[in-house]
Design a protein around this ligand. Structure first.
Ligand code: MGD
Ligand code: MGD
Ligand code: SF4
Ligand code: MO
Length: 892
């Protein structure tokens, strides 16, 4: 180590993004406030691997974008002012209108400790069930399905099952992009065991199909028909485990009858699901022919008005084959958020109470009330997310506290949600980021510590509790969410119940509640971590990743639940559920003939508040887009790379057209990520219908009737600038942070009178310097280009044209990384074409190593590369997280 190098401190923590729950080893340079991120090789959920998002976490740690000070009605203030304001306003509304006039809307991105106290405050002490969470939009169908089948919300299996399985079915999951480290684990399992069968059931041909032996592009919403058909097939082909069915389950004959009623023949089924009959038969044959089958499911299942039924139709098939509770098999719900599971444990959903107890059981209410020592406990469920925002809109709920979620973007019918908050008497938002679509509507903003400062626990998809540890001191005046909640609770008069001085005290209490009057012999509540109830600070700090339950019977935790085939239902048996398939809530019609599907991209996290800060993550898909099948594209006169307006009865958005046969005819796909912070019209939540599942109340985010038409602006253009720019929106604007530049994609309905004046106003207004100015105008064809150079460095370029005939951005953006602006660049910049011999990398494919499409293409050609491994060896592309491998393969 050289003299300048300071000693690095190494801390193990957990990734704050998806439910895979990867362990991270962070090497910290406290003095420079810098970290180096690596996968934690000892963490059993990832063994050292990270995906593009986890690997770039260091790039998201910046002060500029952070919410640093509390504020009340737009004015920064002290913590005590802000906390008093929240407590007083809540109390006065409760006094006037009762406890149900206030609500908390939380998130699977809160730590368990944060979540626990928020839930305890609302349900235990304010005395209302009005604490719901964004998990209502994410996991609630899985929760309801588990509860119906097992009597408890329990994920039976674990990641180790991937290696033991003979067949893995991915239903409504694009794990390649959304659970990349688990996906790579499955890929590796397949590589070492080519007999492992992989089936992907998804209306789109996604990157996850890269390792699939069979892809079933099911028509959106029809999974219950398919799995009912499978149940029927298993029965007809003697693939049942009669013994298991008889001894450990109930409801078989009714479930079978429903399945028989709904799937008269494979032809009919294939027709309904718009699948190939042979493909369906092959899937059924494989499922019936393998003992160790795992079915991994995610939002294509949960986010549906039949979401809960979809879950149970899957579980039914596993129960019929006796494949639950044994290694290498079973239904497996992939959780979305880092602490989606922890939120379910504390009871964060409005129908839940705490620690896997809920309002449906009066004994639970009594038990929790005694444990919390309160006589104020809520007696009934509160509003579920969609109803909650309707109740706010209608003035029934007059104060809401939103923590760790961005509902103005992520809720269905999001324009109404925005109006609801605009009409609400009192809106409090706790966030770590200053400018979000939701903080924009807050009366009180409370700065929460973000990842790298937060400290506590999260639980991943396989029930594994891991520690997130603080790497740095809080930024500005930011405070932990648990601290903020307890301070408000104390001000509301609940000093004693919220007298915590550290997070470990909260964790201990949560652990104790999970074991309170919980008899493991009777399987009364699977969620039992009473083994942690006595943890001291040091043990908490050293806590190793552990799968619950953790109790006397399983002091080290437990990999698989239900191995004894004892379930948590009153009879101790698992329940078959009779499934009668239903169609989606709103079907396409004459005015809205297409179906809109929504979902995720590889490199962005939800509403982009953090991932958009990492330049590397913005290169793969820089702009909101809509995917459309070639036949629909020609029918609706869509041209590649132009803009389109998509409208539903609820709202509209504008997105860039991508024509692809990975999309089914009659359907469109848009990513869920863009917000008003990064795009003027890319907030897709505005379109999404507020239909919910009748059992889980989870919104149907994957199926909204829409129409599409070309957006025909008078001009198109883009600006690249070394510094962020402020300008009043043209009609279409998308902002992208790059490495040492900002990119603005633009379009407008009217031409400015003078392009020169318009441009100078935007690019030069903030500075009084006299830059060198290069420009080129062709008024005859309405083209304009200009470059602004200062101290021999490119400051900004603008290109405008009446059509989309504009230069590629990749070479131009590389000029911002150059220390000196060279002579040939100077000449080339206005043509937008690199000087001869300059490499142009093209669109970034590998975000981890920043390798572009054109670089890969030319290496393939020049070096005759044959496989993705060859490309990896030559360029490193695809060798870290592996999520770009499908794209590399496509280039090959
Ligand atoms: N990169 C990235 N990763 C993430 C996230 C992120 O924002 N970015 N978010 C995390 C969170 S919170 C979640 S919940 C998970 C979500 O993870 P996933 O559920 O895998 O992600 P989605 O893209 O929402 O949807 C998955 C697929 O469902 C398909 N689908 C739509 N309708 C149907 C249907 O009716 N049937 C079937 N079988 N499939 C259908 C869609 O075409 C889509 O490809 O991802 C987590 N991981
Ligand atoms: N159409 C459509 N809509 C969807 C989906 C879909 O597939 N399609 N998916 C749904 C699903 S599964 C989900 S999970 C939701 C996600 O939707 P959201 O929860 O709205 O999305 P995020 O961007 O994750 O919002 C998290 C917010 O919390 C902040 N934050 C991060 N860490 C902390 C913290 O520690 N404390 C506090 N106080 N704040 C923090 C972030 O800056 C951000 O503003 O979207 C849902 N909406
Ligand atoms: S797969 Fe990626 S996003 Fe998910 S936990 Fe691991 S590193 Fe984080
Ligand atoms: Mo989610």
């Amino acid at each position: 180590m050289s003299d300048e190098q300071t000693e690095l401190k190494s801390i193990n923590t957990t990734c704050p993004y998806c439910g895979v729950g990867c362990g991270i080893t962070a090497s910290i340079d406290q003095a420079k406030h810098q970290i180096v991120i690596q996968g934690d090789e000892s963490h059993p959920s990832n063994f050292g691997r990270l995906c593009s998002k986890g690997s770039t976490l260091a790039d998201t740690i910046e002060l500029k974008s952070r919410l640093l000070e509390p504020s009340v009605y737009g004015h920064d203030c002290s913590w005590s002012e802000a906390l008093d304001m929240v407590a007083d306003s809540f109390m006065s509304i409760i006094k006037k209108h009762g406890p149900d006039a206030v609500a908390i809307y939380g998130s699977g991105q809160l730590l368990t400790e944060d979540y626990y106290v928020a839930n305890k405050l609302m349900k235990g002490f304010i005395g209302s069930g009005n604490m719901d969470t964004n998990s209502r939009l994410c996991m609630s169908s899985a929760v309801a399905g588990h509860k119906r089948a097992f009597g408890s919300d329990t994920v039976p299996g674990c990641y180790e099952d991937f290696e033991q399985a003979e067949m893995i079915v991915l239903v409504g999951s694009n794990a390649a992009w959304c659970h990349p480290v688990s996906f790579q684990r499955i890929r590796a399992a397949k590589e070492s065991n080519p007999d492992l069968k992989i089936v992907v059931i998804d209306p789109r041909l996604t990157s996850s199909c890269d390792i699939a032996d069979l892809h079933l592009p099911i028509a959106i919403g029809n999974d219950t028909i398919l799995f009912n058909g499978l149940l029927n097939y298993l029965n007809q082909h003697n693939a049942l485990d009669q013994n298991y069915i008889q001894q450990h389950t109930e409801g078989w004959s009714d479930a079978l009858k429903s399945a028989q009623d709904s799937s008269s023949s494979t032809e009919r089924l294939a027709e309904q699901c718009k699948l190939d009959k042979q493909d369906v038969e092959l899937f059924f044959k494989w499922f019936a022919g393998h003992k160790k089958v795992m079915t991994l499911f995610s939002q294509g299942v949960n986010q549906s008005s039949s979401g809960t039924d979809k879950v149970n139709s899957i579980i039914n098939c596993h129960l019929a084959m006796g494949s639950i509770g044994k290694p290498g098999m079973g239904p497996f719900s992939l959780t979305g958020q880092p602490n989606a599971m922890g939120g379910r444990e504390v009871g964060g959903l409005a129908h839940q109470l705490a620690a896997h107890m809920d309002f449906s059981n009066p004994d639970d209410i009594d038990r929790v009330a005694r444990f919390w020592n309160t006589d104020h406990i809520a007696q009934k469920p509160g509003y579920f997310a969609v109803d909650l925002f309707d109740a706010i809109y209608d003035g029934k709920v007059k104060a809401v506290w939103i923590m760790g979620t961005n509902p103005v973007v992520s809720m269905p019918n999001a324009d109404k949600v925005k109006q609801a908050l605009q009409r609400c008497d009192f809106v409090v938002v706790s966030d770590c980021i200053a400018a979000t679509d939701t903080t924009a509507l807050a009366h009180v903003k409370l700065p929460a510590v973000g990842w790298s400062e937060k400290d506590g626990t999260v639980t991943n998809s396989e029930r594994r509790i891991s520690r997130q540890r603080a790497l740095f001191k809080p930024a500005g005046s930011a405070k932990p969410d648990w601290w903020i909640v307890t301070q408000v609770a104390r001000r509301m008069g609940y000093e004693e119940a919220f007298h915590y001085s550290s997070n470990v005290e909260i964790f201990r209490e949560h652990a104790a509640l999970s074991g309170f009057e919980n008899n493991p012999q009777q399987h009364s509540r699977d969620f039992d971590i009473s083994g942690f109830a006595e943890l001291n600070q040091d043990e908490y700090d050293q806590l190793q990743p552990t799968q619950w339950p953790v109790n006397k019977a399983h002091p080290q935790g437990l990999q698989r639940i239900f191995a004894d085939y004892k379930f948590s239902s009153p009879s101790g048996k698992a329940q078959f559920i009779s499934i009668k398939p239903r169609s989606a809530g709103n079907l396409p019609n004459k005015d809205y003939p297409l179906i809109l599907n929504t979902g995720r991209l590889r490199d962005q996290w939800h509403t982009m508040t953090r991932t958009a800060l990492a330049a590397k993550l913005n290169q793969h898909k820089p702009e909101p887009f809509v995917e459309i099948h070639p036949v629909d594209a020609s029918h609706y006169k869509m041209v590649k790379d132009t803009l389109a307006v998509i409208e539903s009865p609820w709202g509209k958005m504008i997105a860039r057209v991508q024509i692809t046969d990975t999309q089914q005819q009659g359907t469109l796909f848009v990513p869920m990520h863009w917000t008003a912070q990064y795009s003027s019209l890319g907030r897709m939540g505005a379109l999404v219908n507020p239909v919910v599942d009748p059992i889980s109340s989870q919104p149907e985010s994957k199926h909204t009737p829409v129409r599409i038409k070309a957006y025909q602006p008078a001009w198109n253009g883009f600006i690249l600038s070394r510094h962020p720019l402020e300008f009043s929106h043209p009609d279409y604007l998308v902002k992208v942070k790059g490495n040492q530049f900002y990119r603005y994609e633009l379009a407008g309905e009217t031409m400015p009178v003078s392009w020169r004046a318009w441009t100078k106003n935007i690019l030069c207004s903030a500075s009084n310097e006299t830059p060198q100015w290069q420009e080129y105008t062709d008024p005859a064809v309405n083209k304009y280009r200009a470059a602004r150079i200062l101290d021999n460095q490119l400051q900004s370029v603008i290109f405008v044209a009446p059509d989309i005939n504009l230069p590629e951005r990749s070479w131009l953006t590389s000029l911002f990384e150059k220390p000196e602006f060279e002579k040939e660049d100077r000449l080339a910049v206005l043509t937008g074409k690199p000087p001869l011999g300059t490499p142009d990398v093209g669109t970034i494919v590998c975000a981890c190593f920043n390798v572009g499409e054109k670089t890969i293409q030319s290496a393939i050609k020049e070096k005759s590369l044959k496989t993705h491994q060859d490309v990896g060896q030559c360029l490193k592309a695809g060798t870290n997280c592996g999520s770009c491998i499908p794209e590399i393969k496509a280039l090959l």
